[in-house]
Design a protein around this ligand. Structure first.
Ligand code: KIV
Ligand code: ZN
Length: 388
């Protein structure tokens, strides 16, 4: 059966925790509009208690964006929860996300609280938040380094106090797909209320596994994925939501799940987040990087020219990129060179190519990319030799 996966975008909150990123309120409103049009079900608009501008941004986004849910973040602290209540007082679709750390290292080194004190706080803060919000998401921060039996206890406490979304954060990017899947299986088995609430995941990318971990969670029962556009966020960042959306599209057979994302708008939103965060999209960034639909080596170019699907598992158009490219370099083959020459208006026979290709190879060996102008010069050289 096809299940629905909610996309929870935290570009404006965890994404803004990226070093050097500070979105203006105007930028946040513009980004929230784009992210909701892209198809996010929930937007985490900020952490209202953190600053006056965060508060204003959450407030304005909550009032302006009405086609998805707008959530504000709070620690398990009364003044944080009150700030979210005030910021989202006029929001038609306002929700709250409360969190407290549950792992031993966080309990001991950061919170100076024992397990019983954490459980007490969860009851207090979730039930307090529930008095003002119909929907409350609870996160046991650093869940993946928490004792599994205590994690169950913390989650059941939050559900009992009124949380209807439980988020499992891999706060430090510590877990891996196998272990995360096993954790979900354990939660399913040990939490009788599992099917009554939404299970969400929030993965960080410290070991480069944020997307893989989020997808493993989908396979094992999560129905909400948290992440950011371009994977920006604290330290190595968060799950890149566009990667999850593309994986679900390409491997629908495997995930058997759908979402509201309009994949064709992906490149547009990725460019906007890149511009506003002043973080260029790396060339090899999956889905949206400049090299993702470009084919450099001769074997790949030949296969691609015969049938694009030999080396492309999704089309550039499906994510809003105009077309693929076959840049020419020293590893390129004669099929690609001949194709490029014909695009430039040259009629070349296979006999001509026998002579042109060695000239091309000589030029290509000394530079990264052979441009159209270089090709024109190569053709001049070839034609000159022919006239002699
Ligand atoms: O990474 C994390 O644990 C968080 C929580 C606030 C969900 O960002
Ligand atoms: Zn986070």
């Amino acid at each position: 059966m096809t299940k629905h996966i909610q996309f929870f975008d935290t570009t404006l909150r965890d994404g803004e925790q990226t070093i050097g990123v500070n979105f203006s309120i105007q930028d946040k409103i513009m980004l929230a509009q784009k992210i909701s049009d892209w198809g996010a079900d929930v937007i985490e608009a900020g952490f209202p208690v953190a600053s006056e501008n965060d508060f204003k941004a959450v407030r304005q986004i909550g009032q302006t964006i009405t086609n998805c849910n707008i959530i504000g973040l709070a620690r398990c602290v009364k003044k944080d929860i009150d700030a979210v209540i005030r910021a989202l007082a006029d929001a038609p679709n306002g929700q709250i996300h409360v969190f407290i750390a549950t792992s031993p290292i966080h309990r001991e080194a950061k919170l100076h609280m024992n397990q019983a004190a954490v459980i007490k706080k969860i009851t207090e803060c979730v039930s307090y938040a529930r008095q003002s919000f119909e929907h409350v998401e609870f996160s046991p921060e650093d869940a993946t380094r928490t004792e599994w039996d205590f994690l169950v206890k913390a989650i059941r406490t939050a559900i009992k106090a009124g949380a209807d979304v439980i988020n499992i954060p891999d706060t430090t990017g510590y877990t891996n797909p196998d272990e995360f899947g096993a954790l979900f299986d354990y939660l399913k088995k040990n939490i009788p209320e599992f099917d009554r609430v939404t299970f969400s995941v929030h993965c960080h990318n410290d070991l480069g596994m944020a997307t893989a971990n989020a997808l493993a969670a989908i396979k094992h029962g999560a129905t909400r994925i948290e992440g950011t556009i371009n994977g920006i966020g604290e330290r190595a960042g968060n799950t890149a939501l566009e990667e999850v959306a593309a994986a679900m599209y390409v491997r629908k057979d495997f995930y058997q799940a759908e979402n509201h994302v309009n994949l064709k708008k992906t490149f547009e939103i990725a460019k906007m987040v890149s511009e506003k965060s002043k973080m260029p999209i790396p060339h090899n960034k999956p889905i949206t990087g400049a090299n993702v639909f470009a084919h450099e080596s001769g074997i790949h170019q030949d296969g691609f020219l015969k049938n694009h699907a030999t080396y492309e598992i999704l089309t550039p158009q499906s994510v809003g990129i105009a077309h693929s490219s076959i840049p020419l370099g020293k590893l390129s083959g004669s099929h690609a060179v001949a194709t490029k020459l014909s695009q430039l208006g040259y009629q070349v026979s296979s006999a001509d190519m026998q002579e042109i290709f060695p000239i091309f190879k000589q030029v290509a060996d000394n530079q990264a990319i052979v441009s159209n102008d270089d090709l024109r010069q190569i053709m001049q050289q070839f034609e000159k030799v022919g006239q002699m």
